[in-house]
Design a binder for this molecule. Structure first.
Ligand code: GDP
Ligand code: IMO
Ligand code: MG
Length: 424
């Protein structure tokens, strides 16, 4: 029986998951999203074109592969319509090969208002969410108040009205009443009609049947391990399980079906939104990484915070996910640096040095760095591993040894073609 491979981010999101899913898709029959929603922004570049996907899996551009939006995803019909219609306009047929789980939860316009209201209420402790209604939608799911894709098939308007009334009451209680969703709601209902044109499926049945028929599936994670609701830097996290286990619950597959777990990392580290980030650089080096790496949010355009790679956090992420292979992105961004640093331990406020990821990283952690020589070569032009300079080979070997996991792929630029596959 074929296995399911899972590809996910090991840092705070935006590691380059979309690009790698697109590169790996030819090896698979099916690509499936299992959590998150339009808070994601997955960028793909090929043949001079650039696409940013939010809810649609990144396997959509490679031939006639089936792409699935699983039950663990939260879907905003208006944003989905916008995204899908843009793809259709550029010649990509979707309706026969993009399947949507009936159990995926719907993000309502009032969820987005609630997202704003909760953020406003948190004041200086706000999470810095993407404002897409992710938290309130998952909250409704868990509190058994959610509205699902399957609900659009029966008596939908009445169900919608009841949910909206409940949200309005909550917003009044929060004293957050200065909003107008008339226009958004109109578009949202157009989105519902548009959604009806897609195969609405029981994706757990579909995926398990495909596996039984020896088909292979690649699961595409959104966000990253450090944003996981259980293991991330809580409460500055997203509201879903971004980790490998999320693929089991978000698609309805048994853990014994999981094959390879690809952990995606940047050669450095970024974070967007609020929350602790031990290796964050506030100096010129951080600004240089941001400028060279174009570190601005794919969805919100927000400046991404930049810092050195954090091996303490990565070791934790590798364990939590059971990562079998690493994929390193954006190595080319560090091309011009005379030396590069990697955090190998944390020095706590009381002076103690630890090499494990602690309960709380918000209080005065000082990173302990190992400094390595840089590589003075334009990696983005490199076509094979043999052309890597020795210092870069040493950097890879150092990471593999520290993280006890092989680096199977090295990405040296945003384009599909700028990808060096190392595993034989
Ligand atoms: P995702 O959310 O994990 O899919 O990542 P994003 O798309 O939000 O952010 C990754 C950004 O880095 C995108 O703009 C990609 O086009 C770009 N990118 C991906 N891989 C590379 C790489 O190896 N080098 C460079 N310079 N850019 C890359
Ligand atoms: P991709 O899939 C980076 C961050 C937000 C915020 C926190 C909670 O492109 O890697 P939410 O809207 O989910 O309630 O916000 O999570 N965040 C991301 N950061 N990449 C993402 O997705 C993110 N999705 C959410 O900035 O700090
Ligand atoms: Mg992104």
């Amino acid at each position: 029986m074929e296995k399911i491979d899972v590809l996910l981010g090991l840092q705070w999101g935006d590691e380059g998951k979309g690009k790698v899913v697109d590169v790996l898709t030819p090896k698979y029959d099916v690509v499936a999203r299992f959590q998150g929603g339009p808070n994601a922004g997955h960028t793909l570049e090929f043949e001079g074109e650039k696409y940013v996907l939010r809810s649609i899996p990144s396997g959509i551009f490679q031939g006639d592969k089936i792409n699935i939006i699983g039950n663990g995803v939260v879907l905003a019909p208006d944003l989905f319509m916008e995204e899908a219609q843009a793809l259709e306009k550029s010649g990509h047929e979707l309706k026969s090969r993009l399947h949507i789980s009936k159990k995926a939860h719907l993000i309502m316009p009032t969820h987005r208002i609630l997202d704003q209201a909760y953020e406003a209420q948190k004041g200086k402790n706000k999470v810095g969410t993407t404002g897409k209604g992710i938290g309130p939608t998952y909250t409704d799911k868990v509190s058994r108040n959610g509205l699902r894709v399957g609900d659009i098939l029966d008596n939908f308007e009445a169900k919608y009205a009841a949910h909206k009334a409940r949200h309005e009451q909550m917003l009044r209680a929060l004293d957050f009443t200065d909003y107008d969703i008339t226009e958004v709601e109109k578009k949202w209902f157009e989105g519902i009609e548009y959604l009806r044109q897609f195969p609405l499926v029981d994706s757990e049945h579909e995926i398990n049947a495909l596996l039984k028929a020896n088909k292979s599936v690649l699961c595409e994670g959104a966000q990253g391990t450090m944003l996981d609701i259980d293991f991330g830097s809580y409460p500055f996290v997203t509201s879903s399980n971004t980790i490998c286990a999320g693929a089991c619950t978000g698609l309805g597959v048994g853990p014994n079906k999981i094959g390879d777990v690809y952990g995606i990392i940047k050669a450095y580290c970024t974070r967007v939104g609020a929350g602790p980030f031990p290796t964050e650089l506030f100096d010129e080096t951080g600004a240089k990484i941001r400028a060279i790496g174009h570190e601005y949010g794919a969805v919100t355009g927000r400046e991404r915070r930049c810092g050195w790679i954090d091996l303490v956090a990565l070791k934790y992420a590798i364990i939590i996910n059971g990562v079998t292979k690493l994929i390193m992105m954006k190595s080319d961004v560090l091309d011009g640096f005379p030396t590069v640093k990697a955090c190998v331990a944390y020095k706590l406020k009381n002076g103690e040095v630890i090499d494990y990821f602690p309960y709380d990283i918000s209080d005065g952690i000082e990173p302990v760095y190992k400094e390595l020589p840089g590589w003075n070569l334009n990696l983005s032009e490199v076509k094979s591993e043999d052309e890597f300079p020795q210092t870069f080979k040493d950097y890879i070997a150092f990471l593999e040894q520290e993280l006890e996991t092989p680096i199977a792929i090295v990405s040296v630029g945003p384009d599909r073609a700028q990808t060096i596959i190392r595993e034989k």
